[in-house]
Design a protein around this ligand. Structure first.
Ligand SMILES: *[C@@H]1O[C@H](CO)[C@@H](O)[C@H](O)[C@H]1NC(C)=O
Ligand SMILES: *[C@@H]1O[C@H](CO)[C@@H](O)[C@H](O)[C@H]1NC(C)=O
Ligand SMILES: [Zn+2]
Length: 459
């Protein structure tokens, strides 16, 4: 009952749903509630097959879906999607976007009529490292992930090669884009689009492009686009300490990454994009996408990095070998995921501000509910500059150093160049702010600990 009370209050006051989600998370009843919810949903899912699809909406105590009855188009969309996609609590909350009056993008418009000439023009340079994803997102009216990924599928000849139905592909990409939480300052669809663009740049590198198969490219692009799917905007330690059911489900290990992967699999199946392939191939695809997404768990970085390093030391990477290729694709996706500091200062700085905003938001919630503020999340003691310098020193530089050994190209040199310049810029900011020179945030020295708070957030 208290849960209902809180919920109603939040809804009445129209607080952002993200805030509601976070508050709910911290309620002691939450855990029990989720169990009940799961029972409910499981029950309804079975019934929905028998044709009672609208039942489910009424079964949710915390958002009154009757509100949707005034708009039949949206209602159909909500009911059809929710009944089929009940993998997560976040997914359920995602439907709250309708509640806030943000409608589904008209997918048939995204790639044709509405296509702004400037966005099209930008896509001609999609392989440039200076590609401004923020501008592209504005030009596409917030549809950067759909537009960019569709374009890349086309560019790499995947639609033809795998005989993909373009309507299904669009629908799949729209679902992916929508499953990102646009309220997250950092972990939203623009980050996914940015990672996908970076991945494309890496796939074009000579060593990779000459050995990759269409299958590799397909998996890489799908994994990049979905790698943070349904990210709740808080990190794994937060989910663990609030007894979130995902932490239980995934036994406190790569909780977010497992969820991103399973969410991606859910959408792949729902979209039927690969329904024409054999079951064997679809299963292979799902598990290989999982290997790629799970590699983005930054708390595992040392393991991946030392494997990479010893391959490079021995010089035994053989890209005709599918296992080696997939290992390199894991490394490429890891690079794409944390490449923000390797972009130009203008782009890099915006990402830094966004990720810090997400950290500090978590810290605010932790303070408010006395959960203990996670390292790097306290806006009273942390600064963007400190966080960035630690991030670059302990995570980005080691990874990109090895990557440049593997692929010593102009792109790698460009990335390392920006990384050096950006670090120097943050050091300048740090000196201005504190006069204390080059401190590195002590929180980063716990790198080996897998409860490192910033890690899942940056991935
Ligand atoms: C979506 O776009 C199509 C094609 O442009 C159009 O016919 C349809 O009316 C649009 N639907 C909405 C809801 O805007
Ligand atoms: C996950 O971590 C929490 C808090 O540390 C602990 O209580 C719980 O037993 C852990 N669960 C598993 C499966 O390890
Ligand atoms: Zn990420």
């Amino acid at each position: 009952e208290s849960f209902l009370y809180y919920t109603k209050c939040y809804l009445r006051e129209s607080l952002p749903l993200q805030a509601m989600f976070i508050c709910i998370l911290s309620l002691p009843l939450f855990h029990t509630f989720i169990s009940l919810l799961t029972l409910f949903l499981g029950d309804v899912r079975v019934r929905s097959r028998a044709g009672f699809e609208t039942e489910r909406r009424g079964s949710h105590p915390y958002i009154d879906f009757r509100i949707f009855h005034s708009n039949s188009e949206i209602e159909v969309s909500v009911s059809a999607r929710n009944v089929r996609r009940l993998l997560s609590f976040q997914r359920y909350l995602r439907s709250s976007r309708f509640f806030r009056g943000i409608t589904v993008p008209n997918s048939s418009n995204i790639l044709d009529d509405d296509y702004n000439g400037q966005a099209k023009c930008m896509l001609e340079k999609v392989g440039n490292w200076n590609f401004d994803i923020f501008l592209f997102d504005r030009l596409t009216n917030g549809n950067s992930l759909v537009s960019l990924t569709f374009h890349l599928f086309n560019l790499h000849g995947l639609i033809e090669h795998f005989q993909l139905d373009t309507m299904k592909l669009r629908r799949f990409l729209v679902m992916v884009q929508e499953d990102y939480h646009s309220q997250n300052p950092y972990h939203n669809a623009v980050h996914a689009a940015d990672v996908t663009q970076a991945m494309h740049c890496y796939l074009k590198e000579p060593k990779l492009s000459k050995s990759l198969t269409p299958w590799d490219v397909l998996l890489s692009l799908i994994a990049a686009a979905t790698h943070d799917l349904d990210h709740p905007g808080v990190n794994q330690p937060f989910l663990i300490k609030t007894n979130h059911y995902l932490a239980t489900l995934y036994k406190n290990t790569s909780v977010l990454e497992n969820h991103h992967w399973r969410s991606a699999v859910g959408l792949l199946r729902e979209s039927g994009l690969f329904a024409h392939m054999s079951l064997e191939n679809r299963q292979l695809m799902e598990s290989q996408i999982g290997d790629l997404i799970l590699a983005t768990d930054i708390s595992q970085q040392n393991e991946y990095l030392s494997m990479f390093r010893s391959h490079l030391d021995r010089g035994d990477l053989c890209l005709e070998n599918a296992n080696h290729r997939h290992f390199i694709l894991q490394m490429a996706l890891k690079c794409a995921d944390i490449c923000n500091p390797c972009r130009t200062w203008e782009l890099s700085k915006q990402w830094s501000e966004k990720v810090t905003e997400e950290f500090f938001h978590q810290g605010d919630i932790e303070k408010k509910y006395h959960l203990g503020v996670s390292p790097l999340c306290d806006r009273q003691t942390e600064t963007i500059a400190n966080i960035q310098i630690g991030f670059m020193t302990y995570l980005v530089e080691p990874l990109f150093g090895e990557w440049a050994r593997f692929s010593n190209t102009r792109l790698s040199q460009t990335m390392l160049g920006h990384l050096g310049l950006n670090k120097a810029s943050w050091k300048g900011v740090q000196r201005e702010q504190s006069g204390s020179g080059d401190d590195v945030d002590p929180a980063f020295e716990e790198m080996d600990s897998d409860i490192l708070p910033q890690e899942p957030r940056l991935s």
